[in-house]
Design a protein around this ligand. Structure first.
Ligand SMILES: Nc1nc2c(c(=O)[nH]1)N[C@H]1C(S)=C(S)[C@@H](COP(=O)(O)OP(=O)(O)OC[C@H]3O[C@@H](n4cnc5c(=O)[nH]c(N)nc54)[C@H](O)[C@@H]3O)O[C@H]1N2
Ligand SMILES: Nc1nc2c(c(=O)[nH]1)N[C@H]1C(S)=C(S)[C@@H](COP(=O)(O)OP(=O)(O)OC[C@H]3O[C@@H](n4cnc5c(=O)[nH]c(N)nc54)[C@H](O)[C@@H]3O)O[C@H]1N2
Ligand code: SF4
Ligand SMILES: [Mo]
Length: 735
């Protein structure tokens, strides 16, 4: 069954007033029903990539008098093949909202902001941040960036903050999301390099989804699985019986955070039974012997005890991996957002390496990205890496970047930024006094909300640059800068399969809101560093710099001519070096030659002992709380999706908590009853959704509701510093 019920969506859209052209395009009869006056029909169509999730679907935007009026999915684009989820269909609606920030706002009292013009706002921005830096040092002002702006804007922000304004510390919401996958790939392969192409979803005969719920979070990738002609076996590893698990061949409903013993145990079975690809291991990997010794400590009995699975299920899983000709492993936040996310991701990478399931169609250890441009931020946000996947600590890299950008090399910091949680700690310690938050909403989405909100209020100066004036973070801001959103500006995104796609301006930003690109350009002027960016006139100018910066890196895309070529080709995946033949093939994967990015060309088996759950349930707090995506119609902190009448009808408006019927009986809780959920850090009120989809003594609350992160525990992966959003101890209290 398709999870996108188009007939429902269409009828909901029909109910919407004032969008007759849209009704026509979506209705089964299409044009020609005679309902809409000729003059309202769109008169042109352009195409661009969706601005929500990392799938990167392409959308036709139909224009009337140069203004986008409605959307249909592009049929001939190699990603979505004519499909889109509700967020894509509704992408234009969320732009029109009374919540949009239409002018810069300056805080006058704790709950009162006044509109000012850009000159006043940017003079204040520069004066305040400069004063802080003069008194406390250049590194006392930091920034938080995003995986949701176009890459050209991310690069501009990172370069402006670090090369122009002297900042050392800057991180982004990709830390909340992809950091564990990034670190896992870097350690295992030598570069952050997701190897797959979406065609692999259709070419595998065994697909293993771990901590991933694509039916909700990546619906169009799931549609690609549904098109797979090989009657694939689908294995889902998730403590919840998710929408995806319900459609699987085999659901391994493991105890939360027992993935590591499970996959080590599976590796042990594969080795014991000789179900490994010795030739591949010999030719292309390091440290397999030590890995073999390590996984010996995971006999099946131990795996049974730690995961709660039966011996038969575990064996069946191993047999399916063995019998598959093309096995692929896909993971998302159930893996990354953990106190041992990096090693868990690597336990999947190890399985792919040891069975030779890499570099061939339908294979791969494949991390699915979350945000539309998480891949862009991984390469160009100038936070964890120096622009283009380079290293701040490497002198050669600093020289290369300085050369290409014609900036003095001593303006490039020769030290790494603090990761996100250390920036937050730095504020608490009084070392960081100024913060600039762009395109992210940490007062809702960061872990342990009470703490982050208190910490944001300790800043001397907080600037929030957002499309909407009333986000949870904006409510703490001293200065709010109104930004244009997706559809109101130009640039490129990089999707989960490394495909660079175009984003365009199809409508005007409201009021005085400006594209982030223009805001950065203005700030450079007010700060007095505009000279550094005199060549950065348009996003496409920056794209040309990005090409040069990527040259000779694994992500080399210097072979792409320009924006026009990206469009002609249906997006272009990196790498595409200048020397490569054109046109590039539309579906390309990495490592087909078995060459990895470590200096000896080999991949590494990475592993260690699992660590203890930081806050296991106890008598007082007997439940484990899981959090994640709720519906295909909700996006993160809901600043955007709550502004569509259609989407609002497709998701529960009030916060709810999923609870197993056994627990509901035990606590005498009736379906829909309002209860309290409490952790050591906070409490919230939610409606009980009594369902078999969660196991006894586990609860699930979607992240889209403001209250959810009151409960979560600020614990991080030691290698990636990614927050562990998906397990803390809570209790339920009846009204
Ligand atoms: N509709 C919608 N789509 C989205 C988003 C959105 O907000 N809304 N956000 C986008 C972003 S940024 C991201 S990062 C992705 C996230 O996409 P997903 O990672 O697929 O979504 P989540 O629901 O966060 O988590 C996936 C699953 O991990 C499971 N899980 C929890 N703990 C464990 C564990 O210990 N082991 C295992 N194996 N599984 C566990 C949860 O039960 C959950 O079902 O979605 C993207 N797509
Ligand atoms: N409990 C729990 N918490 C979680 C998660 C979880 O699973 N559980 N998942 C985590 C994950 S994976 C992620 S990615 C984060 C997401 O967390 P956030 O990044 O905080 O969430 P968003 O709602 O996407 O915030 C993006 C902000 O940017 C604004 N915006 C959109 N487009 C533009 C633009 O072009 N320019 C500017 N300037 N602003 C713009 C939006 O209005 C919004 O306020 O949440 C994390 N938090
Ligand atoms: S699946 Fe993702 S990229 Fe595709 S339409 Fe939906 S939100 Fe947009
Ligand atoms: Mo994410």
């Amino acid at each position: 069954m398709s999870i996108i019920d188009r007939s429902k969506l269409t009828s909901l859209i029909h109910q919407k007033e004032g969008h007759l052209t849209r009704e026509l395009l979506l209705s089964p009869g299409g044009f020609g029903l005679g309902k809409v006056p000729e003059k309202n029909l769109p008169d042109a169509t352009t195409q661009m990539v969706c601005g929500f999730c990392g799938t990167g679907c392409n959308l036709n935007v139909h224009l009337k008098d140069g203004e986008g009026v409605c959307i249909t999915p592009t049929t001939e684009y190699p990603v979505n093949l004519g499909m889109a989820c509700p967020k894509g269909w509704e992408a234009l609606s969320v732009l029109k909202s009374p919540d949009r920030a239409v002018s810069p706002l300056v805080k006058k009292s704790p709950s009162h902001w006044e509109p000012v013009d850009w000159d006043t706002a940017l003079s204040l921005f520069s004066r305040k941040f400069k004063a802080i830096q003069e008194q406390h040092g250049a590194d006392s002002v930091a920034f938080l960036s995003t995986g949701q702006m176009v890459t050209e804007e991310m690069a501009f922000l990172g370069a402006l903050a670090k090369f122009g304004m002297g900042m050392v510390h800057g991180d982004g919401n990709t830390r909340q999301c992809m950091a564990s996958a990034v670190t896992a790939y870097k350690q295992s392969f030598g570069f952050d390099s997701p190897p797959f192409t979406y065609q692999d979803l259709e070419e595998s005969d065994v697909l293993v989804f771990v901590g991933a719920n694509p039916c909700i979070a990546h619906p169009i990738m799931w549609e690609r699985v549904m098109r797979n002609p090989h009657s694939p076996k689908i294995i889902v590893v998730d403590p919840r019986r998710t929408e995806t698990a319900m459609q699987s061949t085999l659901h391994l409903q493991i105890a939360p955070k027992s993935d590591l013993p499970l996959f080590y145990g599976i590796a042990n079975i594969l080795i014991e039974r000789g179900w490994i690809n010795e030739e591949y291991i010999q030719a292309h990997t390091d440290d397999f012997e030590a890995f073999t010794a390590h996984v010996k400590a995971y006999p099946i009995e131990r795996v049974v005890t730690e995961t709660g699975l039966t011996q038969e299920t575990i064996e069946q899983f191993a047999e399916l991996i063995h019998s598959g000709k093309r096995v692929s492993f896909w993971w998302t936040m159930g893996v990354n957002q953990s106190y041992q996310g990096v090693r868990t991701a690597q336990s999947l990478i190890n399985l792919a390496l040891m069975t030779g399931n890499i570099g061939k169609p339908g294979t791969g250890p494949n991390s699915i990205t979350g945000q539309c441009n998480a891949m862009g931020s991984r390469l160009f946000s100038n936070t964890t890496n120096l622009l283009g996947g380079h290293d701040f600590l490497n002198e050669e890299h600093r020289n290369k970047v300085a050369d290409i950008l014609s900036i003095p090399v001593d303006q490039i910091p020769a030290e790494n930024s603090l990761p996100y949680h250390k920036i937050i700690e730095g504020i608490l310690a009084g070392k960081i006094k100024g913060l600039w938050v762009i395109c992210t909403n940490p007062a809702h989405s960061w872990i342990n909300q009470g703490q982050i909100r208190d910490i944001l209020d300790r800043l001397d100066f907080l600037v929030v640059q957002d499309m909407y004036h009333n986000t949870e973070t904006a409510r703490h801001a001293d200065l709010i800068l109104p930004a244009a959103g997706w559809g109101e500006k130009e640039g490129t995104f990089i999707n989960a399969e490394r495909r660079i796609g175009r984003v365009k301006r199809v409508t005007r930003a409201p009021g005085q809101a400006l594209s982030d690109f223009s805001i950065f350009k203005l700030i450079a002027q007010y700060w007095g560093c505009a000279d550094l960016f005199s060549e950065w006139k348009s996003p496409e100018d920056v794209f040309q710099f990005m090409k040069q910066l990527s040259a000779d890196q694994p992500c080399d895309f210097s072979g792409i001519e320009d924006y026009a070529e990206i469009e002609e080709q249906g997006g272009i995946q990196w790498p595409l070096a200048e020397t490569e033949a054109k046109p590039p093939e539309q579906q390309r994967r990495l490592f087909s030659d078995g060459q990895f990015f470590h200096s000896n060309g080999r991949a590494r088996f990475m592993f260690s002992e699992p660590t203890k759950m930081p806050e296991p349930p106890n008598e007082q707090y007997p439940f484990i709380l899981l959090t994640g995506r709720g519906t295909a119609s909700q996006w993160h902190t809901q600043t955007r999706t709550k502004n569509s009448d259609v989407l609002r009808k497709l998701y529960p408006n009030q916060i709810y908590v999923e609870m197993n019927p056994q627990d509901a009986t035990h606590y005498s809780i009736k379906p829909n009853e309002v209860i309290f959920v409490e952790s050591q850090r906070g409490r919230l009120k939610a409606r009980a959704f009594v369902t078999q989809s969660v196991q006894p003594k586990q609860l699930f609350i979607p992240m889209h509701y403001e209250e959810t992160n009151r409960l979560t525990d600020a614990v991080f992966d030691p290698y990636s510093s990614q927050p562990s959003y998906k397990c803390c101890a809570v209790r339920v209290v009846k009204n």
